[in-house]
Ligand binder design. Structure first.
Ligand code: 5GP
Length: 210
């Protein structure tokens, strides 16, 4: 069903105008900091926040489901989504695969007054800031550099070469934290998730958000 929806975006232009009710929140941070885990926790515990599902050209990892974790697409499908203006932002991450945020579901959720959470990389956060300056940018930090290294190696999903590449990226990424509106330290997943959700509701009444 999700696949059909993805195809529909290419043929059906949705004319929903975003209202100012829902907030667009970007959760970024260095690789392996736990953005994915925090977003999953938010999806499962805060159903009123709409979690954006990105498209990617990388292959699914064990346990990942198409349409839930990502839309797993070919390079050609990705090209078509991009060329037809269906992407809010796109980026090539870790010099390898392409990732992008499909725009129609976001416009739809915002129009319904729902807040939307994007879990994307820092290049993506910068692009969103450019096209939607009202977006709230949250940077997720590890408790320490050592802890970040431990988490990256501990999850065991990447080989040594890929780990080294991702750690190099993480160093550069950490330097970008000052560009963000808020910083949240990921000591525990539930607390970090709660902090992000609290920021969404606090920002709702702030002058920046309104
Ligand atoms: P992974 O392959 O580990 O799931 O994700 C790699 C990186 O891509 C993460 O930093 C993740 O936040 C980022 N990412 C996931 N989806 C998107 C997206 O739609 N746009 C951008 N710019 N980055 C994304």
């Amino acid at each position: 069903r999700q696949r059909i929806r993805l195809e529909n975006w290419l043929t059906e232009r949705e004319h929903t105008e975003p209202t100012t009710k829902g907030r667009l929140v970007v959760l970024a941070g260095p690789t392996a900091v736990g953005k994915g885990t925090v977003s999953t926790y938010i999806r499962e515990n805060f159903p009123n926040v709409h979690l954006s599902v990105s498209a990617t050209t990388r292959a699914p990892r064990p346990g990942e489901v198409d349409g839930v974790n990502y839309y797993f697409v070919t390079d050609e499908e990705f090209d078509r989504l991009e060329e037809s203006g269906q992407m809010l932002e796109t980026a090539t991450v870790h010099n390898a695969y392409r990732y992008g945020t499909p725009k129609p579901p976001i416009d739809e959720a915002l129009a319904q007054g729902q807040s939307v959470l994007l879990e994307i990389d820092i290049q993506g956060a910068r692009s969103v800031r450019r096209v939607m300056p009202e977006a709230i940018l949250v940077f997720l930090l590890p408790p320490s550099w050592e802890e970040l290294v431990r988490r990256l190696i501990g999850r065991g999903t990447e080989g040594p070469e890929e780990q080294a590449r991702r750690l190099a990226t993480a160093k550069v990424e950490l330097a970008a934290q000052d560009e963000f509106d808020y910083r949240v330290v990921n000591h525990t997943v539930s607390k970090a998730a709660q902090e992000v959700v609290d920021l969404i509701s606090t920002s709702r009444s702030s002058t920046k958000a309104d």
